[in-house]
Design a protein around this ligand. Sequence first.
Ligand SMILES: [Zn+2]
Ligand SMILES: [Zn+2]
Length: 285
Amino acid sequence: MPKLGSHMSIAGGYYKAVEAAAVAGCDCVQLFTKNSNQWAAKPITPQDAEAFAGALHQHRVSDPISHASYLINLASPNPDLREKSCGALATELHRAGQLGIRWVIFHPGAFTESTAEEGLDKIAAAMDGILIDTAECGAGLLLENTAGQGTNLGWNFAQLAAILDQLGHRERVGVCFDTCHAFAAGYDLSQPAGYDEMWSEFDEQVGLDRLQAIHLNDSKKGLGSRVDRHEHIGLGAIGLEGFRRLLNDSRLDRVPMYLETEKGHNEAGEDWDVVNLRTLRDLVG
Ligand SMILES: [Zn+2]
Ligand SMILES: [Zn+2]
């Protein structure tokens, strides 16, 4: 069975995300290492890192992973914003390194008033620069596939491949696959044939060996809608059978999987993370 976890809040300390993950029954955890809607960040102290490592060990939570700020846009044609984004993503890598986190997931970027091709070139160039600047930090970058809203890049695997193929520094780079984003982008993983075609294309274009994390989200919006709205597992347009195939796919066994579904409680008063994890685990086997 793959490791299953969820995105958790770091309010009150990084160790709090681990504690919340343990309470919900997670094997692994995703977090922001800073406020995801701000550029600035408080430095991480050795005490913060120690408490985080201690909590992971104590609660047997593994594969902590970081999601970068939503403000970062490596594809921006605006040089100031691009430079700020490069600095911010380098900071994200350093912060992950300080916390012993191996990967930082980020969205490739939006080309806004330029073109897709220019945007893809800019992302690859920016990543190379960042990877050189952070050579000592121990953490690497995961490109996440997107739903393709507006001018967001990386919604199809050919675009992810176009970035990866241009990189001079590929050792610390991988991909995070988001189920909701893929479905909204037009990959029909809800059906057996669509599911198989999708992974064949992924393997051909990107390579399954590049896959280091999976985001498990059902989709509120339809196939190919290009709209990114996460839904609880089994309650959206992907449905339980799509997730059953994914969870029982032996090629993906080694890849940790994280929920990014809405927090809160269902009508029976149960925590949604507990409900979604139970739904997923019931699909295995
Ligand atoms: Zn994301
Ligand atoms: Zn995601």
